[in-house]
Design a protein around this ligand. Structure first.
Ligand code: G3I
Length: 335
């Protein structure tokens, strides 16, 4: 069977990638597969570029973990996705419980976004732009705002929204754009994959941002699926609603979780689900790539968050390929 990043690129996508993070890298068998650039052409740090890691105290910045993932990407020839700048979760207490005015919180967001994006400028997601003949462009892709919407389509009432209303989104985008004018700037969210008030609200949010002149270039569809609940046509439709506005999309955090114990029939269904997601991305020219939220059940976030569920990744806990692997390859039209 063909390696998955090779298959993705042969199919016209920019990359096939995986989340990872520093606690996993001492696992040498894990690292060997992750490092194979034919298999994975892109990395997203699962935690170490989040606010609580990067700026645990006000104006105290720690890039150690993020730098390690960037170094791994550089030595293994992979693209990087920055994840993430402004999010309600993994937010240090000093931000979450601070006593802010619109002015002081604006300054806090500006400093955080500016400092982090500047630090990684030119290191994240560089590739030769296919639309230009000779120029090698350096482009960074950032999840600037993560998960701003509730499932019912209203704005999530976190500290940013409470103090600044939805204006914090454009503020974060403008600041990231100023720090790295070549960066592709994304909003990333989950449950955008279905017919729901949430995708309607995301389309509306993008339209409002474009009218306001905001630098917004892409929407990340996280893709945390439940076994058997993937609708390829709906996913394609929702991605097309975004690309119709001139933005790109990406599957940013793909996994398909199973109620344990997983049966052979479950693994077969999971193969079909992975294939369906990749086919939906294939059907949308503006879908640039697919990222797993880690490639192996050994390091998946699912069991600790959803007790009784697991086996969500295409490699099992012994680092052996599951049927889902072939589903992904088939999705990319590879043998
Ligand atoms: O760093 C502490 C460590 O010091 C402590 O000993 C340990 C004990 O529980 O916890 C460690 O923090 C954990 C952190 O991951 C790093 O391992 C947190 O408890 C844990 O909640 C956190 O989970 C992360 C989760 O985001 C938080 O919401 C997952 O690893 C990470 O995969 C997950 O990723 C998110 C995306 O960023 C956004 N989309 C959803 C996705 C899944 O939740």
């Amino acid at each position: 069977t063909v390696a998955l990043n090779t298959a993705a690129k042969a199919a016209g996508k920019l990359y096939f990638g995986s989340a990872t993070d520093t606690p996993e890298l001492p696992d040498s068998a894990y690292l060997a597969i992750l490092s194979d650039t034919a298999m994975f052409g892109q990395l997203t740090p699962g935690n170490s570029m989040k606010w609580d890691s990067i700026e645990p105290e006000q104006n105290v910045f720690n890039f150690t973990g993020g730098d390690q993932i960037v170094a791994l990407a550089e030595t293994t020839g992979k693209l990087m996705r920055g994840h993430n700048l402004v999010w309600h979760s993994q937010l240090p207490d000093w931000v979450m419980y601070g006593t802010w005015t619109p002015q002081t919180l604006t300054s806090v967001i500006r400093t955080h976004v500016w400092t982090e994006v500047s630090h990684y400028r030119g290191k994240i997601f560089y590739f030769i732009a296919s639309e230009s003949s000779v120029v090698t462009l350096s482009q960074d892709a950032w999840d600037v705002v993560n998960e701003p919407l509730n499932d019912n389509g209203t704005m999530r009432a976190d500290v940013f929204y409470d103090i600044l209303n939805s204006s914090y989104i454009n503020l974060a985008l403008q600041t990231a754009h100023a720090a790295d004018p070549y960066a592709k700037l994304y909003i990333n969210d989950y449950n955008l994959e279905y017919a729901s008030p949430k995708i309607d609200a995301m389309v509306q949010l993008v339209e409002d941002l474009l009218v306001a002149g905001a630098p917004i270039h892409g929407i990340g569809f996280e893709g945390h699926f439940i076994l058997g609940e993937v609708s390829g046509t709906q996913l394609q439709t929702n991605m097309e609603r975004i690309t119709a506005l001139g933005l790109e999309v990406a599957i940013t955090e793909l996994d398909v979780r199973i109620q344990l114990p997983a049966t052979d029939a479950d693994l077969k269904q999971q193969k079909a689900d992975y294939m369906t997601v990749v086919q939906a991305c294939m059907a949308v020219p503006g879908c640039v790539g697919v990222t797993l939220w880690d490639y192996t059940d050994r390091h998946s976030w699912i069991p600790s968050t959803f007790p009784g569920q697991g086996e969500a990744c295409p490699w099992n806990a012994n680092l052996l390929r599951k049927p889902a692997y072939d589903g992904i390859a088939m999705g990319f039209n590879a043998p």
